[in-house]
Write a protein that binds this ligand. Structure first.
Ligand SMILES: Nc1nc2c(ncn2[C@@H]2O[C@H](COP(=O)(O)OP(=O)(O)OP(=O)(O)O)[C@@H](O)[C@H]2O)c(=O)[nH]1
Ligand SMILES: [Mg+2]
Length: 376
């Protein structure tokens, strides 16, 4: 999962480190040379001053010599010499240990150019890349970076930049207990994994002692009612269905009525992913929302569909308003940029990742785990 992006980001870190390190080393060398030149100049000036002073003193010294007073000249000379040596040593050590590099505008250009390519290649939307770049610059701008820590700092900055975009999800099981029946509407384009995800969620809720009712409100696609019925049978839960072409809103409404009568906890509404036109589909979903007033509208998207998933999320979010996202097929997604883009564009949390075709293949989305998977 997300291995391709992980590998790419690793090489980005190394490349960025190299580039910045080269510049930092050059700057360190220049600074050192400048400081050495300054120190030398200082030394010359001091010596000149000394000579001047000794010339000035010469006259009264000649008179003093007459009195022949012995002075411990040698000892006096040695002490300041030693001090000077130690002073110089610590001075150069100081330059070395305290040197840190401040990223310049051109460094950002280098870092961003490479990063932009990688993120684009990994299904991250342009708008999201801009946000990451903005965050990254904020993290690194003006920061004094020790040479040894360049890679670590760059990695940490990218981690923070993506972390800022991702939203920690809520606990679905706990949330589902806040109302009875708790109504969840699943929406998304055809084939994204809605029906399979409904079965997985029902399984999870049932395992947590919540009674579910499935609503077969995809009355458009042939075989969709059978598909959900099979899941209901396997999961030993109830399903409310009608015939093909029936009004999806009526099916959903019936399921809620049934749940109330049977004291069920959660209603899971399956919807069509395609109708005659996209406008038809959106209008139908709007109607279901108006009538059933779901507690949660879950957008189901495929992790692997490139930038399409993000665009669809935007369309559904603008038209219907989604509360959260489930990203399916993460098990076969090596890229992972969609997770970042969808979070950034919808500003809604990713609740789960679908990680296979079995009921158990549903993993709660976790920001830290996701970042770790990307090697951050
Ligand atoms: N590998 C993998 N396959 C999945 C996952 N979720 C769903 N699928 C598969 O994706 C295909 C489509 O899933 P469905 O649940 O039928 O998708 P849908 O959104 O209901 O499709 P429509 O009813 O046509 O709109 C099926 O073959 C599922 O088994 C997942 O997390 N991982
Ligand atoms: Mg379906």
């Amino acid at each position: 999962m997300f291995n391709f992006l992980k590998k790419k980001l690793k090489s980005w870190k190394e490349k960025s480190k190299k580039k910045v390190e080269e510049k930092a080393k050059k700057q360190e060398k220049e600074e050192k040379e400048e400081k050495i030149a300054e120190a030398k100049q200082e030394k010359v000036e001091k010596q000149e001053k000394k000579i001047e002073e000794s010339i000035k003193k010469e006259k009264p010294e000649k008179e003093a010599k007459k009195q022949e007073i012995k002075e411990p000249k040698q000892e006096k000379k040695e002490e300041p010499e030693k001090e000077k040596q130690e002073g110089e040593k610590s001075f150069f050590q100081k330059i070395k240990s305290s040197f840190s590099y401040k990223l310049q505008e051109e460094d950002f250009e280098d870092i961003f150019e490479n990063l932009e390519e990688i993120l684009l290649e990994n299904n991250t939307a342009l708008e999201t890349i801009d946000e990451i770049k903005k965050n990254l610059k904020q993290e690194l701008e003006g920061k004094e970076i020790k040479q040894k820590e360049i890679e670590k700092e760059i990695q940490e900055a990218l981690k923070q930049s993506i972390e800022k975009i991702l939203i920690e999800p809520f606990d679905l099981v706990e949330k589902a207990k806040t109302e009875k029946p708790f109504v969840i509407l699943f929406l998304g384009i055809n084939g994204s994994g809605k029906t399979t995800t409904i079965a997985k969620i029902s399984n999870l809720l049932q395992k947590n002692n919540l009674k579910t009712v499935l609503a077969a409100a995809d009355t458009f696609r042939a075989a969709s009612i059978e598909q959900l019925s099979k899941h209901a049978e396997k999961l030993k839960t109830e399903i409310i269905k009608q015939h093909y072409g029936a009004d999806p809103t009526a099916v959903a409404f019936d399921a809620i009525k049934h749940a109330k009568a049977k004291n069920a906890d959660v209603v899971l509404i399956d919807t069509a992913g395609r109708m005659h036109t996209k406008e038809n589909l959106i209008r139908e979903l709007e109607k279901i929302v108006r009538v059933t007033k779901p507690n949660l509208k879950v957008f189901v998207a495929e992790s692997i569909t490139g930038n399409d998933a993000t665009e669809q999320a935007k369309i559904f979010n603008d038209a219907i308003g989604i509360d959260t996202v489930i990203l399916t097929k993460a098990d076969i997604d090596e890229k992972g940029g969609n997770a970042i883009s969808i979070s950034q564009i919808t500003e809604k949390p990713i609740l789960f990742l679908g990680t296979g075709q079995e009921y158990k293949d549903l993993t709660k989305f976790n920001k830290q785990e996701f970042l770790e998977k990307l090697g951050l």
